[in-house]
Design a binder for this molecule. Structure first.
Ligand code: GDP
Ligand code: MG
Length: 422
């Protein structure tokens, strides 16, 4: 049963800002004109009412959103990277598997709810944005912000689309076994497990999960608290198939008994969408009266279907009916909005003060914005390096380096750029 999966995701990197323009004085339209990089695509998870299972993630386990394009001259902005929308069934929980501790980060129990799991990296500013009264022709630009990598687990908490309920021996397990690959125990005595058994039905290109939910009587000896369990299982389904043994002396009584059992724990659950399934028609000769009796109890609108789990008679019609009903339930979800997937954030707060660590005789500077700018510095361009030094001075990096006791000839590194302390 595929109700949990693990995937890796990566949002797109921001595109680099561009360094461009004409430096000569008196050139009309001269000046810095390097455009900004585009934002990286984000990865968003979306509770799609049309999804029933996590089967779609069975093979594809890695999702990488598009990077933003680089900026270019004439103030051309880089293209924003395409985001990715991960569709999951309503009722999916998202767990973060970063580090050692697993953590529930989102519970998508509302139809059409969406959250951004990994925002795309912000595109870097082009050199046009660096222009100021003291620097008329900046040779600096920002590199794009890196995307974010995450490992997440999806867990489908809605245990099933369809829950099978009914008295012991009605044929619940037989029905599940007949329409799915699940192998529930089938017996003509009530058996004792209280956990639902799940199976995936594939019908008309639609797949959905069906659960065989043991009733209260089946677990009667297992004591108190069972009613609550039973209710919890029913709550976690969209549609109930109430199986009734049509070969009984008084099937209607059995039907009412189960309804009463449900009502005992929750009046509201009695209103849950239900299809009544009369089973064992292979051994029933005359049960035409039953449909009307059920209609009397439930009203004319109730759907009653006849099957034999043993001979498979009526199973195709039943599955057609179930698919139709599930579609109906889905259509009743309120209209929502598919989110934009290019939402952007600053992943590393750029306001954090610069920090310096000495490793292998090098002073390594950590400062988000300076690192991004360093990426774009042409190390063979003396003027660019002077401007970068000026940036480091203004942003407090030089002062922080001085405090470490750095001395002439020492090397300090920012990103991939190595500089010599003068
Ligand atoms: N004749 C007949 N017997 C059935 C049919 N479906 C189930 N049974 C039998 O009814 C008994 C109870 O079935 P089971 O699926 O275990 O019922 P559950 O307790 O509701 O899960 C078993 O002996 C089954 O073989 C059916 O369509 N026709
Ligand atoms: Mg059973």
């Amino acid at each position: 049963m595929l109700d949990t999966i693990e995937i890796k995701i990566r949002s797109g990197n921001g595109g680099n800002g561009s360094i461009s323009g004409r430096r000569e004085k008196f050139v009309p339209e001269g000046g810095p004109d390097g455009g900004d990089g585009g934002n990286g695509g984000s990865i968003t998870v979306y509770a799609d009412p049309n999804e029933n299972t996590l089967q779609g993630y069975r093979y594809k386990k890695y999702f990488s959103a598009e990077n933003g394009g680089n900026g270019s001259g004439k103030l051309r902005h880089g293209k924003d990277g395409e985001g990715i929308l991960l569709k999951v069934p309503v009722g999916t929980q998202v767990w973060s598997l970063e580090g050692k501790r697993e953590q529930l980060i989102y519970d998508l129990n509302t139809p059409k709810a969406a959250v951004v799991l990994a925002k795309g990296g912000r595109g870097g500013n082009g050199n046009a944005k660096f222009k100021s009264s003291i620097n008329r022709f900046p040779l600096l630009a920002e590199g794009g912000e890196q995307g974010k990598r995450l490992i997440v687990r999806f867990e489908l908490k809605l245990i099933s689309d369809v829950g099978i309920i009914g008295s012991p021996n009605a044929g619940k397990s037989s029905l599940l076994a007949a329409v799915t690959a699940a192998k529930p125990k089938i017996a003509d005595y009530p058996f004792t497990t209280t956990e639902p058994i799940l199976g995936v039905v594939v019908h008309q290109d639609v797949d959905f999960v069906m659960a065989d939910i043991p009733g209260l009587l089946e677990g009667a000896h297992e004591g108190v608290g069972l009613g609550r369990e039973f209710l919890r299982h029913i709550e976690r389904t969209r549609l109930l198939l109430h199986v009734v043994d049509g070969s009984l002396e008084n099937p209607l009584e059995e039907y009412k008994k189960v309804r009463k059992e449900i009502g005992l724990y929750s009046e509201a659950m009695l209103g849950k969408p239900e299809v009544v399934v009369i089973n064992k028609i292979d051994v029933v000769n005359n049960a035409t009266g039953l449909q009307e009796e059920i209609a009397k109890v439930r009203g004319e609108g109730v759907k009653v279907m006849w099957i034999s789990a043993a001979t498979r008679e009526g199973l195709t019609s039943l599955m057609n009916g179930v698919v139709g009903k599930l579609n109906e339930l889905r259509d009743s979800f309120p209209e929502g909005v598919i989110p934009k997937t290019n939402a952007v954030t600053t992943l590393v707060p750029e306001s954090a003060p610069p920090s310096i660590k000495e490793t292998d005789g090098e002073y390594v500077v950590r400062d988000a914005r300076s690192e991004r700018i360093s990426k774009m510095v042409d190390p063979s361009n003396w003027d660019a390096k002077v401007q970068f030094y000026e940036h480091l001075r203004r942003s407090g990096v030089i002062a922080a380096l001085e405090k470490t006791g750095i001395s002439g000839g020492d090397i300090y590194r920012i990103g991939n750029l190595k500089l010599e302390w003068a």
